[in-house]
Design a protein around this ligand. Structure first.
Ligand SMILES: *Cc1c(COP(=O)(O)O)cnc(C)c1O
Length: 371
């Protein structure tokens, strides 16, 4: 069976975990945590990086940092993972769901302004499949209306927009190291703070509302409870695992991109003959090989392709169900129809993508699909 995803281990994960254990400090903010955070800050030009236990937790920290209060409005794409909206809903926000672009699932930057009201506090964008949203117009809009921009860059590590790393553009950003992402630690995430206003408070929320991190730096002689927060920081054992991945980030990225370009070139003719659209080839700087998807003609055709691949021991999977029509949110949604989001819900299909994949096998089977 060719799975949809298979977590890749570089070989050094357990070595570094053993080292973390032997260092005797395995709670958060230890040796490997610091190493990983500095790596992100140096390589991607992030002002401040804090490891978290998940991207979901990092998004919850964004919601707290943005001071979301009951009834505040947050603009979120509908075609995304639950956490992009949930983190703000927990804090009392009303979600204004935005539609995707016609030709890719990213938020349509031209349709955001009409959703802004007196109560709007933040715009959350998702770089779907690691492909950059239109950040120039989103940041310009945010400046005009004094809104906070949060990049949900869960899928977007090593991807850029006009020369800038994704995650370095919004006021706040989040990444995921869930085992389905390019760089993994089982569960894990990262909060990025690019705006000075949020740096000190982020560290406090991260450490259960205490100024403990500052205490450990020796800046104050005792620490105490100064704000809200939670236990958002991972054990140093998780960071040790992550470090083994980060050391190999270039090898991992290179291989995934090879798979991506193989799929794209080998399937172009086939897709044309079946009236199927391949994921558009993004500008090279904004392709990180996170995902390769196709857009089928219909939901039925998608199911037939899924069945055909499954009959040949290959697992291909669809993706999000529009959040505005989810069981939890549909009664709270304002009723607007989001046709592009629904189109991707019904017709998008993701092909297997992981380090040890042989994409030639998937391609060969797809080419035998004959309806
Ligand atoms: C994976 C993902 C998340 C959630 O990440 P976790 O680390 O599992 O919390 C959030 N948003 C997007 C867009 C994702 O792809």
């Amino acid at each position: 069976m060719i799975p949809f995803n298979k977590p890749y281990l570089t070989g050094n994960e357990t070595t570094y975990i053993e080292d973390a254990v032997s260092r005797g400090k395995i709670s958060g903010n230890g040796y490997y945590t610091q190493k990983c955070q500095h790596f992100f800050e140096d390589r991607f030009n992030f002002k401040k990086a804090l490891l978290t236990t998940s991207c979901t937790d990092a998004l919850e920290m964004c919601s707290m940092l943005a001071n979301i209060e009951q009834g505040d409005e947050v603009i979120v794409p509908s075609f995304t993972f639950v956490s992009t909206a949930l983190a703000f809903v927990r804090q009392g926000a009303v979600i204004k769901f935005a539609d995707s672009c016609g030709d890719n699932p990213n938020i349509d930057a031209n349709k955001i302004e009409e959703l802004i009201t007196q109560r709007t506090k933040a715009i959350v964008v998702v770089h779907y499949a690691g492909v950059a949203c239109n950040m120039d117009s989103i940041m310009a809009l945010a400046n005009r209306y004094n809104l906070i921009v949060i990049e949900d860059a869960a899928q977007a590590i090593c991807s850029n927009y006009k020369g800038k790393p994704l995650g370095s553009i919004g006021h706040l950003s989040t990444f995921s190291f869930h085992e389905t992402k390019n760089i993994i630690s089982g569960e894990g995430g990262l909060l990025v703070i690019n705006d000075d206003r949020f740096v000190d408070r982020a560290e406090i929320l991260w450490e259960k509302g205490t100024n403990r991190a500052e205490f450990f730096r020796g800046n104050i002689n005792k620490y105490g409870w100064v704000d809200t927060g939670s236990s958002f920081l991972p054990s140093d054992i998780i960071a040790a695992f992550l470090w083994a991945q980060l050391e190999n980030i270039d090898t991992i990225q290179k291989k995934r991109l090879e798979h991506w370009y193989f799929y794209h070139s080998e399937l172009t003719e086939w897709a044309k003959s079946k009236d199927i659209k391949l994921m558009a080839q993004p500008n090279e700087e904004t392709n990180n090989g996170h995902m390769f998807y196709i857009l089928c003609q219909s939901q039925n055709q998608r199911q037939e392709i899924i069945n055909h691949l499954r009959d040949n021991d290959i697992l291909a999977v669809f993706h999000y169900i529009s959040l505005h029509s989810s069981k939890y949110y549909k009664d709270k949604h304002d009723g607007r129809i989001l046709e592009n989001s629904d189109k991707f819900t019904e017709r998008l299909l993701r092909l297997p993508m992981f380090f040890e994949l042989n994409p030639a096998e998937v391609t060969r089977v797809l080419k035998t699909f004959s309806i």
